[in-house]
Design a protein around this ligand. Structure first.
Ligand SMILES: CC(C)(COP(=O)(O)OP(=O)(O)OC[C@H]1O[C@@H](n2cnc3c(N)ncnc32)[C@H](O)[C@@H]1OP(=O)(O)O)[C@@H](O)C(=O)NCCC(=O)NCCS
Length: 373
């Protein structure tokens, strides 16, 4: 269905893709935006198309309306307007989300027209605000540096023009985020051993196990429960269910994720969870043959801790540090030389202090946008 096909007498049109062919075209736009780069992460087109076709496990919680802008018949920008019922109920906030945003350079008029229609569609659904750049498992923040480098796994390496596009559309920076990297030097690994040994000392009741040691399938459920509890008041989060996390994570049991991810128990009860990944850049990133990745960016040498949470009653006792230290030691055993500590809110001092105590440094910066309606 075409919505408001001709906007300015120019050859720009904004459409709502509805057919499989149009979803494919929508999902392929990142190849035009990033395809000429030395290194980039291609999108998971199948999951994206499943989401647009309402065939995703997340579909029952979401209304997703994709938009794309065409100029001279060619798709030059795309975005999906999302009504996320779980988020709205959890925070009691009438907030819509714009996910999947991508656009070619110099397409200011087309992008403005498309964002305007997407925002209007969210307003018509009764929402009072729109966010872009953060929605659990759906959207990640916009990079404000390292534009030409391979971003950390899952993070964006968007072109700088995206900031102009959002500011022109009336958005403001809602939150800043940091990505950290720790070099796994002998001195830092010795520090991790001290942290892990101290936590393992009899008497404090803390036990750390990898997901493989715990039992991978049970670990997925434990991660889901701990994460829902630990992130309950974390800005931007919405609860997730065991039923959706199991199929999303089960296939990873054969990978080093099972050895790098950790769970912490206090007096026998699971109170902490870490989800970490090996360097997926070799398997998943597109890297030009002649290109050389810096070892702290990928090529087999950068693992990453993607998510860490400790339930409120167990905080401040070194559980987070002990889990992260164990995870990073396991990375070093598998020849990784750097460990990412991915995406911390600028004002999340508990997590930033954890990163600092792990010897990590700020290596990437990101923002999430918001517009009140
Ligand atoms: C962040 C979080 C995992 C820390 O867990 P924790 O087990 O309490 O952390 P630790 O006890 O291992 O402490 C790690 C460091 O953070 C510091 N810290 C812990 N809580 C803090 C707080 N509320 N404010 C400031 N610093 C804090 C500790 O002093 C320690 O620093 P130090 O080594 O310099 O003394 C936990 O607060 C949490 O789950 N928060 C909600 C979810 C979240 O924000 N996760 C991280 C997303 S990036």
């Amino acid at each position: 269905m075409a919505a408001n096909p001709r906007l300015t007498g120019d050859t720009i049109s904004v459409e709502r893709p509805t057919s499989r062919e149009q979803f494919d075209e929508f999902a392929r736009l990142p190849f035009q935006v990033y395809g000429a780069r030395d290194a980039w992460w291609p999108p998971d087109m199948h999951s994206e198309i499943d989401l647009l076709s309402r065939r995703s496990l997340l579909s029952s919680y979401l209304e997703v309306t994709p938009f794309c802008a065409r100029r001279a018949g060619r798709v030059v920008a795309r975005v999906s307007a999302v009504i996320n019922r779980r988020y709205i109920e959890h925070w009691n906030e009438q907030l819509g989300q714009l996910i999947h945003f991508e656009a070619l350079e110099g397409e200011d008029i087309a992008v403005a027209a498309m964002l305007d229609q997407a925002v209007q569609s969210i307003r018509q659904r009764g929402m009072r605000a729109v966010r872009s750049g953060f929605a659990p498992f759906l959207d990640y923040p916009y990079a404000i540096d390292n534009y030409d480098l391979l971003p950390s796994f899952l993070l964006r390496g968007n072109p700088p023009a995206y900031h102009r596009y959002f500011k022109e559309a009336g958005f403001v920076t809602e939150k800043g985020q940091v990505d950290y990297t720790a070099p796994l030097t002998p001195e830092i690994l010795a520090r991790y051993r001290r942290i892990a040994d101290a936590a393992a000392m009899a008497g404090n009741g803390i036990t750390i196990q990898s997901w493989r040691e715990f039992g991978f399938l049970a670990a997925i459920d434990a991660w889901t429960d701990v994460t829902n509890s630990a992130f309950d008041r974390h800005w931007g989060w919405n609860p997730v269910t065991r039923a959706e996390m199991r199929p999303m994570l089960t296939s990873l049991w054969e990978t080093p994720v099972a050895d790098l991810s950790m769970l912490a128990a206090l007096d026998g009860e699971c109170v902490g969870a870490v989800f970490s990944v090996p360097d997926f850049s070799i398997a998943l990133a597109r890297v030009r043959r002649a290109a050389r990745l810096e070892p702290e960016r990928g090529g087999g040498t950068r693992g990453a801790l993607i998510n860490i949470g400790v339930v409120a009653r167990a905080r401040g006792r070194g559980v987070a540090l002990a889990m992260a230290a164990r995870s990073f030691l396991a990375m070093a055993q598998r020849k990784m030389r750097f460990a990412g500590y991915t995406l911390v809110l600028d004002d999340n001092w508990a997590s930033r202090r954890t990163a600092l105590s792990l010897g990590a440094h700020v290596t990437g910066n990101f923002v999430t946008y918001r517009r009140d309606l």
